[in-house]
Design a protein around this ligand. Structure first.
Ligand SMILES: CC(C)(COP(=O)(O)OP(=O)(O)OC[C@H]1O[C@@H](n2cnc3c(N)ncnc32)[C@H](O)[C@@H]1OP(=O)(O)O)[C@@H](O)C(=O)NCCC(=O)NCCS
Length: 213
């Protein structure tokens, strides 16, 4: 059953294409009851996104980019603003008094041949430790599945306890990276039989139901 589902995911994913599958934002509920929106980065987000990165603590920025950077370099910003092909960037936003604020972001990319998605993410320092990363990571796993990936992984600094705790709690396993002693890789096999907590997943499930009938 799982294999049939996975084959169908690939087939339907290929038919619809990531662009078609991914236009709807996801509205997710946080522990404190607030709703958070997860949506693709748009070109108009450039300034707000750079402000978000500027606003992160030095440690968070270092952990996110694995280097001491103040903001996204122009070439990276350009890529981030234009999701598509096999590379995507999403924003986590909260609305207060009608104003949308970026409280997190993630980038992920599909390696089609290996059926793997690599990702990185960050959460505003003021919201860390409140379950926001957990929600975002769960959504990323769903997005990876809708792209037809069978595994999802990321690399983080050995010293990054928060990321490792988040990944461990989400069922990732760990491996060393002989190419870089500073890093540890966390990886997880994706199970398409599980609930898909994202709009793409729900849309895909509807397509699967049609394809299987
Ligand atoms: C890593 C990061 C994304 C985690 O997001 P978060 O919203 O703080 O994570 P959560 O609140 O969902 O925590 C998940 C679990 O991790 C653990 N955890 C969180 N922060 C921790 C910390 N500083 N030390 C140890 N464990 C921690 C907790 O066990 C928590 O589970 P609990 O809430 O049931 O206790 C966030 O800290 C961050 O943005 N860091 C800076 C950028 C970064 O490191 N990115 C990763 C690069 S790949």
């Amino acid at each position: 059953m799982v294999n049939t589902l996975r084959r169908t995911l690939h087939r339907v994913g290929a038919l619809l294409g990531p662009g078609d599958l991914s236009q709807q934002p996801d509205i997710v509920r946080l522990r404190d009851g607030r709703t958070m929106t997860l949506r693709f980065v748009e070109p108009e987000d450039a300034t707000a996104l750079q402000d978000y990165f500027h606003g992160l603590s030095v440690t968070s920025r270092y952990n996110r980019f694995l280097a001491a950077v103040g903001e996204l370099p122009p070439s990276e910003l350009e890529k981030t603003l234009h999701s598509g092909g096999n590379a995507f960037a999403i924003l986590a936003t909260l609305k207060t008094g009608g104003v949308e604020t970026i409280v997190g972001e993630a980038r992920y990319a599909l390696d089609v041949a290996a059926a793997r998605v690599e990702f990185g993410l960050s959460i505003d320092d003021r919201l860390q430790g409140q379950g926001v990363g957990t929600v975002l990571l769960s959504n990323l796993q769903c997005r990876a599945m809708t792209l037809g990936a069978t595994t999802i992984f990321g690399d983080t600094l050995r010293s990054n306890d928060a990321m490792q705790a988040l990944a461990r709690k989400a069922g990732f396993t760990f491996a060393t990276l002989p190419s870089d002693w500073r890093l540890v890789r966390f990886e997880k096999a994706l199970d398409p039989a599980l609930e898909m907590p994202c709009a793409d997943g729900r849309a895909l499930r509807r397509e699967i139901a049609v394809a299987l009938n």
